[in-house]
Design a protein around this ligand. Structure first.
Ligand SMILES: Cc1cc2nc3c(=O)[nH]c(=O)nc-3n(C[C@H](O)[C@H](O)[C@H](O)COP(=O)(O)OP(=O)(O)OC[C@H]3O[C@@H](n4cnc5c(N)ncnc54)[C@H](O)[C@@H]3O)c2cc1C
Length: 411
């Protein structure tokens, strides 16, 4: 006799309880749809990606979370600043006048806490959450995700059916991997090593929570410097994978120390600091999965695509794609049209915004390009570049920046 596992049934099943999944699930539950979030880790869980950009505030506002953020211990981030390989500090790019909720800042977050707040909020809005449960696609079911399998850390598998399946599994990219839809960007094959320090230098006043991006000598790598609560600073170093791991078996610690020796501005900032976390390493290849939707399913957040961490765009894009997808899914569920076209109707607009980040990332890694020199030559683009840095990437006319970057004289 075959024992059939019980079947759960939801309007929407969301795989992944990161910012993308929690946003989509929360907004759909708020509309009255039955929504299940399945997260394979326990919540809270560790995650890289601690610096928000101001456009994230709009989504947090829609989720009803701004008061919670204001009451949190997360440092307020008013600006981003760049420090060249020779130690020259750029004027900070302040967000005043570019941030639409009127706060003038966003936050540096401890991701385990921030992501838990988002999931709790989704639950408050009516979503069901199953953590420590992995979502699997049953064998032989290519192309359809209507019926899926849940495997909790203990207990038998459970079948779950849905009208719409949302892939928010982050870099695991469940559908992209299952259907072979993931394409790496060959220009952005990078790796990062990172850790946390206590007691590192913090700037004063409204610069205390700024993200600082520091180049190492020869611009072979760059560091992020992200102030967090409890006098902690997150420091990560990113460079081309083949450069970072040039000696094959170097440890994350060896790579971090090697690059730190090549960045005097950072040495000064860390002079009195004590490391309080292990060194961690990750490959952060940029990629996209296409198509991003099919009949009855849609991808969001990193499961749909990822671009280099230099402009801290990832969590915002996760929140934004979760919001945009939720609006399309809501319409689909009301009209009964869960076709690929309707579920993915937000994606062309979203892709155009992501393209603005991507072009600015290419400029950052172009050894012949210098932002300071470019802004001296084209001061009219300072506003547009700040728009991209704050996440106003869906604004019309930003392509003019990339036109002028292409014609700007090189070093
Ligand atoms: C080195 C580095 C630095 C970064 N720095 C920044 C930064 O400063 N600021 C910023 O905004 N972004 C940053 N990012 C990007 C940011 O971390 C991501 O873009 C963001 O977390 C994406 O959110 P998400 O919800 O799409 O995916 P995730 O946050 O990755 O969430 C996906 C979830 O899905 C779960 N999952 C996976 N598979 C399954 C499954 N089969 N079943 C159930 N659950 C599953 C995972 O456990 C995970 O919790 C950085 C990224 C890297 C690599």
């Amino acid at each position: 006799m075959t024992v059939r596992s019980p079947v759960l049934d939801f309007d929407v099943v969301v795989a992944g309880g990161g910012p993308a999944g929690a946003t989509a699930a929360g907004l759909l539950a708020e509309h009255g749809h039955s929504v299940l979030i399945v997260e394979r880790e326990s919540i809270p869980r560790l995650h890289v990606g601690e610096s928000l950009i101001p456009a994230a505030n709009e989504v947090l506002d829609r989720l009803g979370m701004i008061d919670q953020m204001l009451a949190s211990p997360f440092p307020k981030k008013y600006s981003v600043q760049f420090i060249t390989e020779s130690g020259r500090e750029s004027e900070p790019f302040y967000f005043d006048g570019f941030e639409s909720t009127g706060l003038g800042h966003t936050w540096q977050v401890v991701r385990s806490d921030f992501d838990r707040m988002l999931v709790d909020n989704a639950r408050r809005l009516g979503a069901t959450v199953m953590s420590q449960t992995k979502l699997r696609v049953p064998h032989g079911q290519a192309g359809s995700f209507r019926e899926l399998e849940l495997q909790a850390s203990d207990g038998p598998p459970i079948r779950v059916s849905n009208r719409v399946f949302v892939d928010a599994t982050g870099q695991s990219a469940l559908i992209g991997s299952t259907l072979g839809l993931k394409r790496n960007d060959p220009a952005l094959k990078n790796a990062t090593v990172w850790t946390h320090f206590r007691g590192a230098r913090r700037d004063s006043g409204r610069d205390a929570g700024a993200t600082i991006i520091l180049h190492s000598r020869d611009m072979k790598s760059w560091f992020w410097y992200i102030p967090l609560p409890d006098n902690i600073v997150s420091v990560g170093c990113t460079g081309r994978l083949d450069y970072m791991f040039q000696r094959g078996n170097s440890s994350a610690e060896e790579i971090f120390e090697r690059e730190l020796q090549r960045c005097e501005s950072l040495q000064t900032r860390l002079a009195t600091a004590e490391r309080v976390e292990p060194y961690r390493a990750t490959k952060d290849f940029s990629y996209r999965c296409r198509p991003g939707s099919g009949d009855g399913w849609v991808m969001i957040g990193d499961a749909y695509g990822f671009i280099d961490p230099v402009y801290s765009s990832g969590a915002f894009l996760a929140l934004k794609s979760g919001e945009m997808a939720a609006d399309s899914i809501h319409e689909s569920l009301i009209t009964g049209d869960v076709s690929a076209k309707t579920l993915g109707r937000w994606q062309p607009t979203y892709d155009a915004g992501v393209e603005n980040f991507r072009q600015l990332v290419y400029a950052f890694y172009d050894m012949d390009f210098n932002f300071g020199r470019f802004l001296t030559q084209f001061p009219e683009h300072r506003g547009g570049i700040t728009d991209i840095l704050v996440g106003n990437v869906f604004k019309a006319g930003l392509e003019a920046i990339f036109h002028d970057i292409a014609i700007a004289p090189s070093a």
